[in-house]
Design a protein around this ligand. Structure first.
Ligand SMILES: C[S@@+](CC[C@H](N)C(=O)[O-])C[C@H]1O[C@@H](n2cnc3c(N)ncnc32)[C@H](O)[C@@H]1O
Ligand SMILES: [Zn+2]
Length: 371
């Protein structure tokens, strides 16, 4: 065992292979994911205007929920659940070592644990090995009238189109193995969350969504308003993508359409979320709460906030130039030109060579040709 500190929690975790069976799983690479959850809860506490009951349904060592209990101000209690009794033993010991008194522990299947606690939790975290799809209905069941929800998916290969049949089977959606595959995967996952919440007459709107090498993360706000549930369900649509020239668009109603630029049949991906995936306002409030102690977290949030100013799906400069036999311009030159002409231009966290702009594709290709 080794003793480490994450946030305000001191914890003893097993040394060595984090994937070894029957050990307690702790992944230091997921600290950014947890840091972002804590900041989101700090903002949500103000919106909710009441004490928060939080559930970490697949908690492993309990680090995320114990950090909430220690670092957030208005936590009434944290319920820490994991099927693995060793994980819960670690969580109990860590709670004691860190003098945390408002934690409850259980070793149930996450679906049983959540379904038993109907409408009880104001924050629910679902962080499984693989797909979260198996837990979405019980998560919706356990969400209170206004709640913050955090969902992690590590089955990025199906969602990004490497295994399209698995994506269709699991998420009932067709992915897209093209430059925007990660954004399409995120949007498919959001649509699955929205549908699960809709089935329980609850709304879900994403406020922070991002892709990392091995996982997707979505945090959003759910309410028990049937009107809002209808609105979020209506935001589900499709992406149309031209494999020949890279033209792309989001649409609520898919038709057999041809690309307006090269007349090739569009490929359809989805159903997926067609609305904003990051809230500029909410992320701005998270940045205000950030202590700036962890540079990776601060830099990442600032980047996400900047790109959230553009709603359209991102472009990969190299891929669109390759598809259209164009010389790749310097990104700075392209950005200068776009901004000069009154368009937005931002980098995206999804790809180093990616960028976001509100310009239409035909106009974008014209500008690239000119510079
Ligand atoms: C990726 S880890 C969770 C990591 C943790 N959230 C963190 O931030 O460190 C997934 C956990 O889910 C637990 N698990 C797997 N299937 C489960 C189930 N059906 N119900 C509850 N827990 C389960 C595993 O024991 C494992 O500890
Ligand atoms: Zn085309």
């Amino acid at each position: 065992m080794e003793k480490i500190t994450e946030g305000k929690i001191d914890i003893e975790i097993p040394k060595g292979n984090i994937r070894k069976k029957d050990t307690v799983f702790y992944n230091p690479k997921m600290q950014l994911n947890r840091d972002i959850s804590i900041l989101a809860i700090k903002v949500f506490e103000k919106i909710a205007k009441r004490k928060i009951r939080a559930a970490d349904a697949l908690s492993s060592s309990g680090i995320r929920a114990l950090r909430m209990a220690k670092e957030c101000k208005k936590i009434e209690k944290v319920c820490i659940n994991d099927l693995n009794p060793r994980a819960i033993k670690t969580a109990e010991k860590t709670a004691k070592d860190n003098n945390i008194k408002n934690a409850e522990f259980s070793t149930e299947d996450a679906n049983v644990f959540l379904s038993k606690n109907k409408c009880l939790f104001d924050y629910i975290d679902i962080d499984p090995f693989g797909s979260p799809i198996y837990y979405l209905d019980s998560c919706a069941r356990a969400a209170s009238g206004k709640s913050l929800i955090g969902i992690t998916a590590t089955d990025t290969a199906p969602l990004s189109g490497t295994y399209p049949k698995t994506c269709v089977r699991r998420y009932g959606a067709i992915p897209l193995r093209e430059d925007i595959k990660h954004e399409i995967g995120l949007r498919i996952l959001i649509a699955s969350i929205v549908r699960a919440f809709s089935r329980h007459d609850k709304s879900f709107v994403p406020i922070i969504s991002y892709s990392k090498i091995h996982y997707f993360r979505i945090m959003g706000i759910s309410t028990s308003s049937t009107g809002l549930a209808g609105k979020s369900a209506e935001t589900i649509g499709y992406a149309l993508y031209c494999k020949k020239c890279g033209n792309r668009t989001l649409t609520k109603k898919p038709k057999d359409e041809k690309c307006g630029i090269c007349n090739t049949d569009f490929t359809i991906a989805g159903p997926l979320w067609t609305g904003p995936i990051n809230s500029h306002l909410f992320i701005g409030k998270m940045i205000e709460k950030d202590s700036k102690e962890i540079k990776e977290t601060s830099d990442f949030l600032e980047a996400l906030q900047k790109e959230s100013a553009v709603l359209e799906p991102f472009y990969d400069l190299h891929q669109i130039c390759k598809k259209n036999h164009l010389e790749i311009p310097k990104r700075d030159n392209l950005f200068k030109e776009l901004i000069k002409r009154g368009y937005k231009a931002e980098k995206t966290h999804h790809e180093l060579t990616g960028f976001k702009s509100d310009i239409n594709y035909k106009e974008l290709l014209k500008i690239i040709k000119e510079i």
